[in-house]
Design a protein around this ligand. Structure first.
Ligand SMILES: [Zn+2]
Length: 123
């Protein structure tokens, strides 16, 4: 274990708050979504992020899922769902926890197997 000392002003060193993080991109059109899937780089989240809108409010538990960008399941994502692309898992986890909450989204079952393996390999 390496002990890292907390330095004064540590928080200022990262997170340039003024500019948008380049590791996150909202996929607003079908084309963007399609192209991102073609590139197959990074990760794609889809789901229902806004609660306030509540059209009808029938879906108590919306499916908020995170996938590898190349996952075949992404083909079935509804047009009205929010889609967000992330460059890395780390960015995705942080962003999703802030955006929708820690336990309000899941990994896609297929992708989860792969990501678990990858995390194990990295350690
Ligand atoms: Zn998947």
């Amino acid at each position: 274990m390496i002990q890292i000392k907390k330095v004064d002003g540590f928080g200022k060193l990262f997170m340039p708050t003024q500019q948008k993080s380049p590791g996150v991109r909202s996929l607003e059109s079908a084309e963007e979504f399609f192209e991102t899937r073609l590139e197959a780089i990074g990760f794609i989240f889809h789901g229902t992020v806004t609660e306030a809108k509540g059209k009808g409010g029938s879906g108590r538990s919306p499916t908020n899922l995170l996938h590898f960008a190349r996952c075949a399941k992404l083909e079935k994502v509804g047009e009205n769902e929010t889609k967000i692309w992330f460059r890395s898992v780390r960015v995705a986890l942080k962003h999703l926890d802030e955006l929708i909450g820690h336990h309000r989204w899941k990994w896609c079952k297929i992708c989860e197997r792969e990501i678990t393996q990858r995390i194990l390999d990295e350690n």
